[in-house]
Design a protein around this ligand. Structure first.
Ligand code: BG6
Ligand code: MG
Length: 209
């Protein structure tokens, strides 16, 4: 008996996953570290700090904690510059009307994102009011595949984990959902993985599960 739906943000609600890639690519290029879209798939859903560690696996040099902090700040500044170009038009009509319809059907709707930029993105795209709760990267100490961010989201909705769908584009997010008894729904890259309980090829298909 599903009562709530928890949505990942980057790559599910909007295409900010592409901006994350561009920002990290520019950092990797500056540092002379090989980075491509295949490696980028491993960054989906994981925190900024863990994303950097994955990129640095291919670095020749060893980076100090201070140097890592500087790279993360530089990446976030590039990313935020890209986000400034975003507006309401960057969320599709399909996403907006599906969220409206789900709300009309009485589901509790929440965001469950590892990103510390979640609220900024929701404001820029005029989506803050579409959700009953927001659980984001500022509220957690462990990022996906740990289920903390989804457990917090279900708590905000006042629902049990097993009463919620989790919609994810990241395999790390699907694993996080499964680890804590949520019903996982894969979209995009996560629709290719065996771990997803349900698979959808476009957003409005949520209405038919
Ligand atoms: C997730 C993205 O939503 O947020 C990851 O899928 C990203 O790629 C993570 O690293 C953290 O984002 P931010 O905005 O806090 O750097
Ligand atoms: Mg995502």
């Amino acid at each position: 008996n599903i009562k709530g739906i928890i949505f990942d943000l980057d790559g599910v609600i909007c295409s900010t996953d592409e901006y994350h890639y561009q920002a990290w690519k520019s950092i990797a290029d500056d540092e002379g570290i090989y980075f491509d879209r295949k490696i980028n798939e491993r960054l989906r859903g994981v925190s900024r700090a863990e994303s950097l560690e994955i990129i640095l696996e291919r670095a020749a040099a060893v980076y100090s904690p201070e140097e890592k902090a500087a790279l993360m700040e530089k990446k976030n500044n590039i990313y935020r510059e890209l986000l400034k170009n975003m507006g309401p038009g960057d969320v599709t009509e399909e996403v907006r009307s599906t969220l409206r319809e789900l709300k009309e059907r009485g589901y509790g709707l929440a965001i469950g994102s590892s990103s510390k930029n979640t609220r900024f993105i929701l404001e820029r795209t005029a989506l803050t009011d579409a959700f009953d709760g927001i659980s984001d990267g500022n509220m957690i100490s462990r990022s996906k595949p740990d289920p903390e961010v989804f457990i917090k989201a279900a708590g905000i909705l006042g629902l049990k984990n097993e009463e919620c769908f989790v919609i994810e584009d990241a395999i790390s997010g699907i694993n996080a959902a499964n680890a804590a008894g949520f019903h996982s729904v894969g979209i995009g890259p996560a629709a290719e993985c065996d771990e997803a309980e349900f698979k959808i090829s476009f957003f409005s298909e949520i209405l038919d599960i």
